[in-house]
Design a protein around this ligand. Structure first.
Ligand SMILES: Cc1cc2nc3c(=O)[nH]c(=O)nc-3n(C[C@H](O)[C@H](O)[C@H](O)COP(=O)(O)OP(=O)(O)OC[C@H]3O[C@@H](n4cnc5c(N)ncnc54)[C@H](O)[C@@H]3O)c2cc1C
Ligand code: FES
Ligand code: FES
Length: 1291
């Protein structure tokens, strides 16, 4: 590519997508945190004659830095037009794609690794994917695809004693019952294209020649706003730095880039010295190693890994410590971009390496000119002496690719002095504005013996010196204080253990139980088994129903050819729209000054509520929702106005110039408790009652009361809200291309805003990059304003939210407060239950009442409570409005019920599983809303799960482990699932489909469902194929449009395939009926020789007055058993194994169904354990990107993951007796929550704490650590309530 006008502000990602129209590389976050934009960068070094390939995040690479570089994107490695690459083929065929938005990034990460290591280990592969997030799959199928590239694939690769994990099971316990075999794989490995490294793209020879022949000289790029200097010698570098002392020296741009993007920092001059050889030196000397500041962290990791192999361990203590943190620092892309120098100089408060470098006595070599000008050259890393120990510790919200909450480097040197401290250094990250050294404390400890007394003094001194205010940024203050001394304790144990080994006479032994503090939690060997039903011998061999057919778009996802909304080419004269949002949670708008914004280049208009006037709201439920704020704002992030400009960059710049003056209003209601206090609810209250609760309380043995708080959840669909509205210029027609789950709603809201009949507005959805409930009503508001702007100016308008905007504006899953009063017998039978559900709905109604209703209808989960009263309220608060999210109230309601059961079990002295079993529905029973159920399959799932997970044996093993280990605990928990499927109303249970059979015999099918990763289009094609008896290849599906199928319902609620499948089936049968006379005349003919609309629905309803009805069509049953291990000193946890048994009826496509179960389970696990939203006391969302908000990454998948589908046992009136599985699995994630609960309880019992334990969700490292109370949690200073303004408030 020859680019004549290089703008130093342009990053590679927009350049690829907008300029080169290579849209396979995706935008997911813009800050290096999601991996969707991964590309391979290859550089040729003419001095060493070597080519270095590495993965990188295109969103952070300035194009100026790419001169002479080869960039390989997903399009470059293979396509359906030429030949797909084995990586693309395998990820697709192993079912590693659902919505497919993350797939190109995954492909490029794997591809790049294979370029460097054609036969990698599974560890290398999972490491390579550590920086790539996927919100759909749960990663298991991606790991399966990776395994096919490993030398030993298929299982854990642990062949010790000749047995692998599949043979021996966890803890050496059997996996499955005798005779129960796992099913064959969901893909045929033998059909895969071989990986042939000789066939890979070569480095462009012209770039090689250029590198060799062109004289090295300073490069200068410039635009109106910015200059970019790339010197080639140190002298030039110094001169530039001298001339522009404020200019940053950019290496990886992973520190400066996010500051520019997210914090509005602007640098008119940039100096980029990445071609200066001296900055990449690696010098081995007799007393250490000197590393150039320009080396990437990945290179540093490789160099250190190499050195530690060669030198004795005692000499390489710092190297080991650095390696430990380099293994988890960011993802592989960032490690390959970020430089050692940039890392040190940017002085991140949570830098993982600086605390180690600080204690390791590393010095920095600088080159200076003048007082303020210096550049950093090398880090000499010393070798160590005997009896000198260095260690590193860190704890983050997620094990990998997450900034540390606290990290630390510690060093002690004893010299010859038999355990007398000669030197001591302790540094911490995460507890101040930069790395903090506890210098004074260390000084005071010199000369002390290495014993418990010293430890005690050290803890007190360090706590005093590294003091942390109660308002410290990042919150979690008490947790951080605890970590500070917990790490110190770990270091103490670690050193004591080595000293003891070296000199058993002089040093005291560690109690065996204490050794567990030093062991690693994280095992990386992933293994999984899947068990599903086979199609019977009677099924026609060409009938695809029941077969694990690959996602229809799987290969296109993997090649980057799948088109998402923002991948559509620009329309002539297209404009970009960006929103300006409120910075106050409850305020009056005093004035809005648009003048500066409007005067900026490229700005076309700023749309305000005044322009929208009488069309500034839309009412779908009972309360109209305002689009743009008029005179007041009710949450931070509320839309105030929309800037329209020629380009995204111009729109964004102008949006920053809109000046809004506010006057704060009272009250400010953020939390559920505050809403209760102010009686701030959306009406009406909902209530469900069954039996006689008050009477039942009189006869029970015991009564308990409790409550649990559950945090919200961000959808984090990988594709942010996106749309393109195109006025057709004729008859006021408007085409809306949008990423939504609910095209009909978009059509209605746009039509209403433009005062047009619906027949003028057509809404088209090809596919959606994940939605999970967040792309229905929220999308409507954006679409209405975008369409208004398009209509006003008669030009196409595109609106694509940035990740931070999307997270700020769109809300998510409702946080809940559940209060319960349970009356039960001593044998565990719960006879009376009185519950209250409060949800934090935010500032507008949206679907909040429906969520509350569904929560009430589903709160019984798998249990028969003979006397039940449950009431629910949606609280109106000054937060962004919350909305639908996979599971729709059930994950919250279910958790509350299960927590109550846990407490009952604890009071009765029984295991929670026993109490669950005792209270479970019997075979034929009745729900609280008097719908009949047959719970036979529920009980079967439970029993099967008990059996396949070897529950009893493992429970005993867990107890044994806990008795032997003080600082590590294991927990095991099993939860049942009864998930009612149906939308609660007749109107919502309808669907339609349109099937065309063309004269050439090919078939085009359209239906009302949206493809958002759940594979509905694939299933629909399977249905057509069966019904019309034709091969899948004969059937095509273009997408969903209001033009072809009108009035379709929202795609959600697990019923998309059910309802649309029935409609497709009906349509096919109608066609067959019509064609019957022709077919009967020529029965041997083909569809070519032989040459509608249909609808079907579920009839669900509920009468809230009477509290009864038939709201659900059927129930999905299941059970999950999870085992975790926790680190009581840090709060870390690892899901060691999960077994899930699901009753899915007759699966239409087991690969897709298993994918839905796993994906939902992992999303649920995230919800209940690590996903934590943080709001400031002023209602500002802190967590606005993947760096602050952690969804599960590849490191979070259970080490062992086993899924079994129950054999079909009943025929129902659902589509081919199948069941919808989109949502139910989320709840099963709470098995991990309860397993952690079990582990924490074990720790507390051992520490003599026997009272009730109530733990809120998510069970983050902070909550786990603080619940495992011990002498360290007692030692930390606590802040008096009200003594400081906290950084965040629990909402
Ligand atoms: C998604 C993401 C995840 C991350 N996760 C982690 C993590 O888990 N743990 C962690 O510790 N860090 C993490 N980081 C931070 C990362 O380590 C730093 O951003 C990175 O090391 C900075 O290096 P760089 O080369 O990209 O710096 P740049 O952004 O290029 O530069 C940073 C600063 O260093 C200065 N500088 C660079 N080189 C020199 C030189 N030779 N002489 C003088 N000044 C110089 C520049 O002037 C600039 O001010 C993460 C960052 C991102 C984006
Ligand atoms: S878009 Fe680049 S990492 Fe997320
Ligand atoms: S398939 Fe990975 S994000 Fe959807």
């Amino acid at each position: 590519v020859i680019e004549k006008n290089v703008d130093p502000e342009t990053m590679l990602l927009p350049y690829l997508r907008k300029k080169l129209r290579l849209t396979g590389t995706k935008y997911g976050c813009g800050g290096g945190g999601c991996g969707a934009c991964t590309v391979m960068i290859s550089r040729y070094n003419p001095i060493t004659n070597r080519i270095r390939h590495h993965p990188a995040n295109a969103c952070l690479i300035p194009i100026c830095s790419l001169y002479g570089t080869a960039v390989t994107t997903v399009e470059g490695i293979g396509s359906t037009h030429t030949r797909i690459h084995p990586v693309q083929e395998r990820i697709a065929k192993c079912h590693g794609t659902q919505c497919g938005f993350c797939t190109p990034g995954m492909v490029m990460s794997i591809y790049t690794l294979l370029r460097n290591h054609p036969e990698p280990t599974l560890d290398q592969l999972t490491d390579a994917l550590g920086g790539n997030l996927c919100r759909c799959t749960g990663y298991r199928p991606i790991i399966d695809a990776c395994k096919t590239f490993c030398e030993t694939s298929g299982c854990c690769q642990s062949k010790e004693n000749g047995v692998c994990c599949l043979d021996q099971g966890i803890n050496g316990l059997p996996e499955f019952e005798e005779g129960s075999k796992t099913s064959p794989k969901l893909f045929a490995e033998e059909e895969f294209l071989p990986l042939d490294p000789t066939q890979e793209l070569i480095f462009p020879p012209e770039l090689m020649i250029m590198a060799e022949k062109q004289p090295q000289r300073t490069r200068v790029f410039g635009s109106e706003r910015m200059m970019w200097f790339s010197p080639v010698t140190l002298k030039e570098l110094l001169e530039f730095k001298f001339k522009y002392p404020q200019a940053p020296v950019i290496m990886g741009n992973t520190s400066v880039g996010p500051q520019v993007k997210f914090k509005g920092v602007f640098h008119p001059v940039i100096i980029s010295p990445d071609r200066i050889e001296e900055l990449s030196v690696v010098n081995h000397t007799h007393n250490g190693l000197t590393l150039g500041a320009g080396l990437s962290l990945a290179q540093v990791k490789d160099i250190l890994a190499d050195v530690v192999q060669k030198l004795p361990e005692e000499k390489t203590q710092t190297y080991h410590a650095l390696l430990k943190h380099l293994g988890t620092l960011a993802g592989s892309q960032i490690r390959n971009m970020a430089s050692l120098g940039g890392h040190i100089i940017s002085r991140h408060p949570d830098s993982d390496l600086n605390p180690i470098l600080a204690v390791g006595n590393c010095t920095l070599n600088l080159l200076s000119k003048g007082k303020w000008c210096s550049v950093f050259l090398h880090v000499p890393l010393n070798c160590f002496f005997q009896l000198e120990f260095v260690s590193a510790f860190r704890q983050a919200q997620r094990q990998e690719n997450a900034l540390a909450i606290v990290n630390s480097g510690m060093r002690v040197f004893f010299g010859e002095g038999h355990g007398i401290i000669r030197e001591l250094s302790i540094s911490y990250g995460g507890v101040g504005p930069a790395t903090i050294c506890a210098k004074n404390s260390c000084q005071k400890l010199i000369g002390r013996h290495w014993n418990e007394e010293m430890l005690d003094t050290a803890c007190r001194l360090v706590l005093e010196e590294v003091s942390l205010s109660g308002s410290a940024p990042g919150g979690k203050v008490e947790f951080k204080r605890t970590l500070i001394i917990s790490f110190l304790f770990k270091f103490y144990l670690e050193v004591s253990q080595i000293l003891k080994k070296m000199d058993p006479v002089h040093y005291p032994s560690l109690a065996d139980k204490y050794e567990s503090a030093l062991e690693d939690l994280h095992s990386k060997h992933h293994c999984s088994t899947l068990k599903y039903q086979h199609m019977g011998p009677k099924q026609h061999p060409e009938d695809p129903i029941g077969h694990p057919i690959m996602h229809l778009s799987g290969v296109k996802h993997a090649t980057g050819e799948a088109i998402y909304c923002d991948d559509m080419p620009p329309v002539d004269q297209e404009l970009f729209l960006t929103f300006v949002t409120s910075s106050r949670a409850h305020a009056k708008i005093m004035s809005i000054d648009l003048s500066e914004a409007l005067s900026m280049p490229g700005v076309v208009d700023v749309i305000t509520a005044e322009h929208l006037s009488d069309v500034n709201s839309f009412c779908f439920f009972t309360e109209a929702e305002e689009f743009l704020a008029t005179d007041k704002v009710f949450c931070v992030g509320q839309l105030v106005c929309a800037v329209l400009a020629d380009s995204e960059v111009q729109a964004k710049r102008a949006a920053k110039q809109v000046k809004i003056v506010y006057q704060d209003l009272e009250p400010l209601i953020l939390t559920i408790e505050e809403a209760i206090q102010h009686n701030s609810f959306f009406e009406p209250e909902r209530k469900l009652e069954y039996g006689n609760v008050d009477e039942a309380f009189k006869v029970v043995d015991q009564i308990l009361e409790g409550e649990i708080h559950m945090g919200g959840q961000e959808h984090f669909y990988m594709e942010t809200q996106s749309m393109l509205v195109v006025p057709k210029g004729e008859d006021q027609e408007m085409d809306v291309y949008v990423s939504t789950q609910f095209p009909k709603y978009i059509q209605d809201i746009v039509a209403s805003t433009l005062k047009l009949p619906a027949n003028k507005v057509m809404c088209h959805v090809k596919r959606v990059g994940g939605a999970f409930g967040g792309k229905a009503f929220k999308t409507g508001v954006f679409a209405a304003v975008t369409a208004f702007a398009a209509n006003k100016h008669g030009r196409a308008v595109r609106c694509v939210l940035e990740r931070g905007e999307d997270m700020l504006i769109t809300g998510g899953r409702h946080p809940y407060l559940g209060k319960y009063k349970a009356g039960f017998m001593n044998d565990g039978r719960i006879l009376a239950l009185d519950m209250e559900h409060y949800s934090n709905a935010g500032n507008s109604l949206d679907e909040s009442l429906l969520v509350i209703e569904m929560g009430l209808l589903k709160m019984d989960n798998a249990y028969k409570f003979p006397n039940l009263r449950c009431r629910g309220w949606a609280c109106r608060t000054n937060l962004p409005s919350n909305t639908a999210f996979r599971g729709f109230g059930f994950p919250q309601a279910g958790l509350i019920t299960e927590s109550c059961i846990m407490e009952v079990a604890a009071k009765c002295g029984l295991s929670p599983e026993k109490v669950r079993m005792i209270n479970m529905y019997k075979e034929i029973d009745q729900t609280p809303y008097k719908q009949e159920i047959n719970a036979k399959n529920l009980i079967q799932c439970w029993r099967e799960c008990m059996a396949v997970s070897s529950y009893s044996l493992r429970k005993a093993a867990v107890e044994k482990f806990n008795a032997e280990n003080y600082w590590k605990k294991k927990g095991l928990a099993m939860v049942p699932l009864k998930y009612p499927v149906g939308l609660g109303s007749r109107a919502a249970g309808q669907a339609a489909a349109l099937v065309h059979i063309y004269l050439d015999g090919s078939v085009l099918v359209t239906h009302g469902g949206i493809e958002m990763g759940q594979g509905v289009h694939t299933k629909m094609i399977q249905v057509v194929s069966r019904e019309l008896g034709m091969p899948i290849s004969n059937v095509h599906l273009r997408g969903t449009s209001t033009e072809t199928v009108p009035n379709a319902n929202v795609s959600g609620g697990s019923v998309v395939a059910d309802l649309n499948g029935l409609a497709v089936k009906d349509a096919c049968q109608t066609l067959l009926k019509r064609l019957k006379p022709i077919i009967s005349k020529n029965p041997k003919g083909t569809w070519k020789d032989w040459n509608s609309v249909s609808s079907r629905g579920y009839e669900s309803d509920i009468n809230w007055e009477k509290g009864e009805g038939h709201p659900f069509e059927y129930f999905v049953y299941g059970a999950a058993c999870s085992e975790v291990e926790i680190d009581c000193l840090t709060g870390d946890h690892k899901n060691i194994r999960t077994d899930i048994v699901m009753d899915v009826g007759c699966s239409i496509n087991p690969a897709i169904d298993i994918g839905q179960i796993e994906g939902a389970f992992i999303q649920g696990m995230g919800l209940y354990t690590i996903e934590e939203l943080n709001y400031s006391p002023q209602g500002v969302l802190h967590t606005r990107g993947p760096d602050q908000y952690k969804i599960p990454a590849i490191c979070d998948t259970p080490t062992e993951f086993h899924i079994s589908l129950l054999p079909p046992s009943e025929n129902s009136n659902t589509l081919y007796s199948s069941k919808g599985l989109g949502e139910s699995g989320v709840f099963l994630g709470c098995s991990v929550f309860f397993a952690i609960h079990d582990a924490v309880s074990a720790a507390r019992r051992e520490r003599g704490l026997h009272g009730p334990l109530s733990l809120n969700s998510p069970l983050t490292p902070e909550k786990i650590r603080m619940a495992c109370e011990d002498k360290f949690t007692k030692m930390i200073p606590r802040d008096e309530p009200g003594s400081c303004v906290p950084w965040n408030v629990p909402i």
